[in-house]
Write a protein that binds this ligand. Structure first.
Ligand SMILES: Nc1ncnc2c1ncn2[C@@H]1O[C@H](COP(=O)(O)OP(=O)(O)OP(=O)(O)O)[C@@H](O)[C@H]1O
Ligand SMILES: CC(C)(CO)[C@@H](O)C(=O)[O-]
Ligand code: BAL
Length: 287
């Protein structure tokens, strides 16, 4: 099993990329915050299908966490991450420290209006500014031809697509389907925070989304379907529901409260089980 080369500076990463491109190779980037799981590995495999070389970045980005959030507690484990990347043949792991990413006096913030404002943007006002800024930097630093993001963070995927388009960054963005545990829970680094009891209850999240999606497909009003999911989450022990909303799939604009009609929808959910905030989403439409 070949270990991926680990580099910590932009200059080192660019040396590799320059050599690959000189050899006519297409380069993919998979941005992550580490604590890698099978969901991340599906992104690497999809990147390999779309490029000759794959870089995984591992960086817990302080700028996307508000001061009260879990930056310090966020799971970290570089050696295990490197082994997992090796197991799927990832070529390069870019693991910069914070000072490599944010030089003293760093003062730029990328704001993507519209698609970043509702849902996660409303619940975590600092989040998408931090994500758009670090992802733009990673795109420019790596000069990758293609980048892969998970649909598990569906709004993030739409924000990144809009940012790259608006800033004319020459990169193709590919969305990867959500990898799930056998019971349907989306794989997520933050699942590590769940106690055994909470983990058992967490399956209510995908189940509630499925019940709402089925109601919409059967012709129920969108607002009634959302209410079904909220009730199911509360009944399963979720202590707070930040949002359950059925939105238009590509720009996340609001859909009317009535039946979904011809629209292509997406149900998006964020809810707290004890101290853990879980998010998930799935496609919703008329049957
Ligand atoms: N279950 C999954 N299926 C597909 N992609 C995923 C999955 N989980 C994470 N990803 C994707 O991996 C990339 C890196 O995500 P990140 O490192 O934040 O992992 P995470 O599991 O989403 O962590 P968190 O618990 O912080 O949400 C993102 O593009 C994210 O959408
Ligand atoms: C895209 C990302 C790596 C930016 O820090 C992060 O938001 C994530 O892991 O989804
Ligand atoms: N997976 C999204 C990164 C975050 O929640 O900070």
């Amino acid at each position: 099993m070949t270990q991926p080369t680990i580099v910590r500076t932009v200059a080192q990463m660019r040396e590799h990329v320059r050599a690959w491109k000189a050899a006519g190779q297409r380069v993919a980037l998979v941005p992550t915050m580490g604590a890698l799981h099978e969901g991340h590995l599906t992104l690497i495999r999809l990147a390999q299908e779309n490029a000759d070389r794959v870089i995984a970045s591992v960086f817990v980005n302080p700028k996307q966490f508000a001061p009260h959030e879990d930056f310090d507690a966020y799971p970290r484990g570089e050696a295990v991450d490197a082994e997992k990347l090796a197991s799927v043949g990832c070529d390069l792991m870019f693991a910069p420290n914070a000072s490599e990413m944010y030089a003293p006096g760093f003062s730029t913030l990328i704001t993507v209006s519209g698609v970043s404002e509702p849902l996660e943007g409303a619940a975590r006002p600092q989040f998408f500014g931090g994500v758009a800024t670090v992802v733009a930097k990673l795109f420019i630093q790596s000069q990758a031809d293609v980048a892969v993001f998970g649909e598990k963070d569906y709004q993030q995927l739409q924000v990144v697509k809009r940012m790259a388009r608006d800033l004319d960054i020459p990169i193709e963005i590919i969305g990867a389907p959500t990898a799930r545990a056998e019971d349907g829970l989306a794989l997520s680094s933050r699942n590590a925070y769940l106690s055994a009891e909470e983990r058992a209850a967490a399956v209510a999240l995908p189940d509630a989304m499925k019940a709402a999606a089925q109601a919409v497909a059967a012709g129920s009003r969108v607002d009634e379907a959302e209410a079904i999911a909220v009730e199911a989450l509360k009944a399963a022990g979720f202590r707070q529901v930040d949002y359950v909303e059925v939105r238009e799939a590509s720009d996340l604009s609001r859909l009317g409260p009535g039946p979904i009609g011809e629209a292509e929808g997406r149900i998006l959910v964020a809810a707290w089980l004890g101290g853990t905030r879980l998010i998930d989403n799935m496609a919703v439409g008329q049957a």
